[in-house]
Design a protein around this ligand. Structure first.
Ligand code: PHE
Length: 450
């Protein structure tokens, strides 16, 4: 049976699409700065453990559910629970995921808008020869201007909706096929640049990989886990939606592992670019969301050909963000198409409209609403980010793991895992026990420790 929304033409295309979803701002923008805020090494270790012990099994679970259901996450879960004689309430997993997708995209697109403006700024040579102070001020000035932020945000949303409306097969496939390898290549060039010129490469490595467990709090463990979910696009149905378009007979666990390894490589490379530059320029490793926007333009401003490469680099980051953004709306768009029998274009516009309105709150968070705190000292943007990544995604992840591991009929599971006989038992242990228990412990300890 094929999905009504179309199918990926091969395993490679699925890997590219899933990697396109996984690799994005989460790797290049968010990973370095949350690692920096949480002290580096020990945080990175927890993050890596989460990727392998929780992330890969849950990614496999999502693909399994999607491919067995061949519909939007909401309807795939519904069909499978009916077919397995389970409680229809399981479809709440799909609903929660669609909600998380809205929340995440609403701030994701704002940050992607910042990236878009950096394409123009770097292209115009604004940072040629700039120093750290100039770069920090330019960043605060930009995010402080409500019109430029909303403008760039709107352009990014429009691009996302446009591509989504055209359908995943046309356009996207081409973009991922050529742009991702180019991004990878430029990242390697930048790692070499940071290694050779910063003079602080070892310091960067030490910061990322020296495991000083003392620095770890339960809240930073929660954040490391949330980052693992976010960066792999897990817990909200993005990968499930893509799994619905995956050819049958392809190995699920093998594919999930490939995607996770690519994603991890990009995150670590970004860290290896950013931290040496942070130390070389006397910046704070705990500099927060501005870290990438301050260090990279600075580096490009000082390297020869930096105006060109900087501009190209930010264009590629924009594409990485778009290929993630479209996977954030796919679950909701596919559901609307199935449910309301409207075209993809209308579905994409409906979702895009809602998200755009919600996202204004995040667009205002660095300017007119900079002093409006929603929870604790978190702005609207921070709150959306914290709640969706650290709470909704891991919670969705537990439910997905339990659903795939215990609820889905054994026959369906065996059939889906037919190409994965070797690792199938390992996956089962991780999905049934390790992932749900680990996530629950982290939730509980964070809660108990306030
Ligand atoms: N994984 C994407 C990134 O790292 C973000 C994302 C999260 C995409 C959840 C889809 C679902 O940028």
């Amino acid at each position: 049976m094929d999905s009504q929304h179309g199918m990926w033409s091969s395993r490679t295309v699925f890997v590219l699409a899933a990697a396109g979803s996984a690799v994005g701002l989460g790797n290049i923008w968010r990973f370095p700065y949350v690692a920096g805020e949480n002290g580096g090494g020990a945080f990175v270790l927890v993050y890596l453990a989460c990727i392998f012990l929780i992330g890969i099994p849950i990614m496999a679970s999502e693909i399994l559910i999607g491919r067995a259901g061949r519909q939007s996450p909401i309807n795939s879960v519904r069909t499978l629970s009916a077919g397995s004689g389970a409680n229809p309430l399981w479809q709440a997993v799909g609903w929660m995921g669609a909600l998380a997708g809205f929340m995440i995209l609403s701030f994701y697109a704002v940050i992607a808008g910042w990236v878009l403006s950096y394409v123009l700024q770097l292209g115009a040579g604004t940072y040629n020869g700039a120093d750290a102070e100039f770069a920090s001020n330019a960043f605060s000035d930009f995010i402080g201007n409500v019109w430029s932020v909303v403008g760039c945000y709107t352009v990014f949303m429009a691009l996302t909706i446009f591509i989504t409306a055209r359908g995943v097969g046309r356009g996207l496939e081409v973009a991922v096929k050529y742009l991702m390898p180019t991004l990878f290549f430029l990242l390697i060039v930048l790692v070499i640049y940071a290694a050779v010129t910063s003079g602080h490469f070892m310091e960067g490595i030490a910061f990322l990989f020296s495991f000083d467990v003392e620095k770890l709090t339960w809240n930073s463990v929660l954040i490391a886990m949330g980052q693992a979910f976010f960066t792999l696009s897990l817990g909200m149905g993005a990968i499930m939606a893509y799994g619905a378009y995956m050819p049958k007979d392809v190995s699920i666990i093998g594919t999930a592992t490939t995607v996770a390894l690519m994603d991890t490589a990009v995150a670590l490379m970004s860290g290896l670019i950013i931290f040496p530059l942070v130390f070389a320029n006397g910046l704070e490793s705990s500099g927060g969301p501005g870290l990438m926007f301050i260090t990279l333009p600075l580096a490009f401003g000082q390297m020869s050909g930096g105006q060109f490469f900087g501009c190209v680099f930010f264009i590629l980051v924009t594409f990485a963000a778009i290929t993630s953004a479209i996977s954030l709306v796919e679950p909701a768009v596919a559901w609307i198409v199935e449910r309301m029998k409207v075209s993809r274009v209308s579905a994409a516009l409906i979702v895009g409209g809602f998200v755009w309105i919600l996202g204004l709150g995040s667009a205002f968070s660095s300017n007119i609403w900079a002093d409006v705190y929603i929870v604790g000292n978190m702005t609207f943007l921070d709150t959306m980010d914290y709640v969706s990544n650290n709470i909704i995604l891991p919670l969705g992840g537990i439910l997905i793991a339990l659903f795939a591991g215990w609820v889905v009929d054994k026959k369906i599971r065996d059939e889906q895992m037919a190409a994965d006989l070797l690792y199938y038992p390992v996956w089962q242990v991780l999905t049934r026990f390790v992932a749900p228990i680990a996530v629950s412990i982290v939730f509980l300890m964070t809660f108990l420790n306030g």
